[in-house]
Design a protein around this ligand. Structure first.
Ligand SMILES: Nc1ncnc2c1ncn2[C@@H]1O[C@H](COP(=O)(O)OP(=O)(O)OP(=O)(O)O)[C@@H](O)[C@H]1O
Ligand SMILES: [Mg+2]
Length: 364
């Protein structure tokens, strides 16, 4: 007797998602179960292609099914469907499922470097990713992506973002002449951020990563007010000053109702490429301690690495130029940790929505 679909589903209930703390059947991850004699196949639909537990979940699911009497083989197709963030009817970027801003208190802590490498790492894992350089004062995406001479085309009055290293990118730097300076006033910043969202053909994206200027000025404020952001990620170096200002920025975003998805430490550690020894670079507050103080998740640490800085200079991000390096691995780990936090938050929001059952109960 071949197994039944009910038996397959029951067997898979032992497999728990480590981040969402529920089993993969209740989470709706198990789809299209097909049973042919002794062969079982199904799709495992995760909430992010960058799921850190991807291989582990697949292995556990395989073992659970192979443990059923009468099953000889199992085939699992692992895919991902990123959840849609909360949108309003007049949303400026309705095709963007999750929109995450990369912020800092202090300038020069590595936001743009982190934003570019994270965006590419998410794309390398299979996501559809865009990068919006919202630093209107000092756009850096053209240089970091090696797109200083490129100009975007337009279609029906809308700007087509440039594409590089598997991501779509838009920056005011693509529109200005080299060396051209703009005297910015608050309302102009808001208008420009609006245009970079609404007048650009972003299309359908899983993640739009927004690189912000430092601090809590007009650009982050406008962005948070223009679109419902999934959340903001705070980058900090372990200098006490950077950490203190990061704390202030966090408070401000929370007041704007923008969840802080976590802290990324940059340039906290270094490792000698020759002998492998290393250590902490600064005596200040480590990112993990900062995250703890702020009561937000810690997403990981990006090491100080001259090759990362050199890659920025020539438009060749480290996750592309040296994918096997310690630094590239750190970026991929942080990207996975961020993707996991996004999934956790989307799941939490969904759990907060009243289900039909509770609505019915309430009306009784
Ligand atoms: N992990 C790293 N290792 C080595 N150099 C780095 C690293 N991260 C960033 N840098 C270098 O530090 C400098 C500042 O980085 P970046 O421009 O990304 O910071 P930022 O926070 O975006 O700055 P701003 O506040 O001006 O926007 C750059 O020269 C960059 O190449
Ligand atoms: Mg920057």
């Amino acid at each position: 007797m071949p197994v039944t679909e009910a038996e397959v589903r029951r067997a898979l209930e032992v497999v728990q998602d480590p981040d969402l703390h529920r089993d993969i059947v209740k989470l709706g991850f198990v789809q299209d179960v097909v049973i042919q004699d002794q062969h079982v196949s199904f799709r495992l639909v995760l909430t992010t292609p960058a799921c850190p537990a991807r291989e582990d979940l697949e292995l556990q699911a395989k073992e659970a099914i192979m443990g059923l009497p009468g099953v000889e083989s199992v085939a699992i197709e692992v895919t991902a469907q990123v959840r849609q963030r909360e949108t309003k009817p007049e949303d400026l970027i309705p095709g963007v499922r999750q929109c995450i801003a990369i912020a800092s208190g202090k300038g020069g802590v590595g936001k743009s470097t982190v934003a570019v490498n994270l965006a590419i790492a998410l794309a390398q894992s299979g996501g559809r990713v865009g990068l919006l350089d919202a630093d209107v004062y000092g756009p850096s995406a053209p240089q970091l992506l090696g797109l200083t001479t490129e100009r975007p085309m337009t279609s029906s009055g809308k700007i087509i973002p440039l594409e590089r290293y598997g991501i779509k990118a838009m920056s005011l730097g693509f529109l200005l002449e080299e060396g051209q300076a703009v005297l910015w006033r608050g309302p102009m910043v808001a208008g420009t951020v609006r245009q970079l969202l609404a007048d650009v053909l972003w299309g359908d994206l899983d993640y739009l990563i927004v690189d912000l200027p430092p601090g809590t000025g007009d650009a982050p404020m406008s962005l948070a007010q223009l679109v419902p952001l999934t959340g903001v990620v705070v980058v900090s170096t372990p200098h006490t000053l950077a950490a203190t200002i990061a704390g202030k920025a966090t408070g401000l975003f929370e007041r704007l109702d923008t969840p802080v998805m976590g802290v990324i430490e940059n340039m906290g550690e270094w490792k000698c490429p020759h002998c492998g020894t290393g250590g902490r670079l600064f005596a200040g507050m480590p990112g993990e301690a900062l995250a703890q103080t702020l009561g937000v998740p810690y997403l990981g640490s990006i090491p100080f690495d001259p090759a990362t800085g050199a890659g920025d200079e020539v438009g060749s991000p480290i996750v592309v130029s040296a994918p096997n390096s310690h630094a590239a691995a750190a970026f991929r780990n942080v990207a996975s940790a961020l993707a996991a936090q996004i999934s956790i938050q989307a799941h939490r929001k969904k759990a907060e929505e009243p289900t039909w059952a509770t609505v019915e109960n309430a009306s009784r």
